[in-house]
Design a protein around this ligand. Structure first.
Ligand SMILES: NC(=O)c1ccc[n+]([C@@H]2O[C@H](COP(=O)([O-])OP(=O)(O)OC[C@H]3O[C@@H](n4cnc5c(N)ncnc54)[C@H](OP(=O)(O)O)[C@@H]3O)[C@@H](O)[C@H]2O)c1
Length: 305
């Protein structure tokens, strides 16, 4: 599948197309792996071990965030993996408590320093709350200074993106949002497609929901293709043009989750999977509440192993 990032003619970062081993979404300026490894709620030891094993097994995209308190572990996992740094796509995020311009500049440098991997491939604004404009300015400066290659957003709805697109000079390459067969984000995904912004799915496995895995349509397809329910769900994401970043601390699950590129669904099967959409989120907090809750987050990110 080819997604063009049109409108990026003046994009300041160099062509990014390091020899990715698994399938990629290719644009005129960037190649992104079709699947990545998520690291939310994974402690430092598990994180370091799983990141190394996943990279050795062929993963090329790792997703972390300053609030996950495992950026240092991701850095160690990458360095221990033996995989050349330039083949790996690392994404991290900063939290709204650090969106004011000066704080954002410091937060970006601190993330880079904890990872210890040189240039960051993708910097994401974790939430659409607070001084997004100031954080974006700091992020754009980090791109211009060669510290960061690409910018992205997370949990942005159409209206949040509309606002950002009025003033950004570096366009976000992706929006990382909750997305899985029970919550397929149809309106947002149509909007993102029109804006040529990739949808990256968090909770791609419904946070490991047993109910989703046991869903009849999914188990029947798993049976037919001799795959696990997790593999059926992840393949669905890639067939929709979404980029899933399943989280796991189990290297066997990490390997299983990437082994999804040797089968594809018929149109009828895709329709049956689309019919599972019921706008059911696994993350329950409403945006209006979250808008205030995010500012209660006070972590010392330096206190991680
Ligand atoms: N931007 C945001 O606001 C945001 C929010 C949440 C998450 N994220 C990102 O998205 C990533 C994915 O979300 P997530 O990790 O929370 O949820 P997820 O990927 O939907 O599900 C993870 C759960 O599924 C289980 N699992 C993984 N592979 C499996 C397999 N093959 N078979 C059976 N169970 C399997 C894992 O357990 P095991 O460890 O036992 O495999 C874990 O309990 C995160 O890690 C993070 O990077 C972003």
């Amino acid at each position: 599948m080819k997604i063009s990032w049109g409108g990026l003619d003046n994009f300041p970062h160099p062509l990014y197309n390091a020899g990715m081993k698994n399938e990629t979404y290719v644009t005129d300026r960037v190649a992104l792996p079709k699947i990545g490894l998520g690291t939310f709620r994974i402690g430092p030891e598990d994180c370091e071990r799983t990141v190394s094993a996943a990279l050795q097994g062929g993963y090329r995209l790792i997703d972390t965030a300053n609030v996950y308190m495992n950026e240092r572990a991701v850095g160690r996992g990458v360095r221990n993996s033996g995989v050349p740094r330039e083949e790996i796509f690392i994404a991290s995020k900063i939290w709204p408590t650090e969106y004011k311009y000066k704080k954002a500049k410091k937060a970006i440098d601190a993330t880079l320093s904890r990872l210890g991997l040189g240039t960051l491939d993708l910097l994401i604004l974790h939430q659409p709350f607070g001084r997004v404009d100031e954080a974006w300015r700091a992020a754009e400066e980090a791109v211009k200074a060669g510290k960061v290659k690409l910018l992205g957003v997370s949990n942005f709805d159409e209206d949040d993106l509309e606002k950002l697109l009025t003033y950004c000079t570096v366009k976000p390459v992706l929006d990382q949002v909750e997305c899985h067969p029970y919550c397929q984000r149809r309106a947002l995904s149509a909007y993102l497609k029109e804006k040529e912004i990739l949808l990256e799915s968090w909770y791609p496995l419904g946070s490991g929901s047993a109910g989703l895995f046991a869903e009849q349509t999914i188990s029947a397809l798993a049976e037919k293709y001799k795959k696990s329910p997790a593999q059926v769900i992840l393949r669905w994401h890639t067939e929709e043009g979404f980029l899933p970043i399943p989280g796991t601390k189990d290297p066997a699950h990490a390997a299983e989750n990437m082994d999804i590129f040797d089968f594809s669904f018929t149109e009828e099967e895709l329709s049956a999977l689309r019919a599972l959409d019921k706008n059911q989120r696994f993350f329950k907090m409403r945006k209006g509440v979250q808008k205030y809750m995010v500012f209660l987050q006070r972590m010392n990110y330096e206190r991680q192993k």
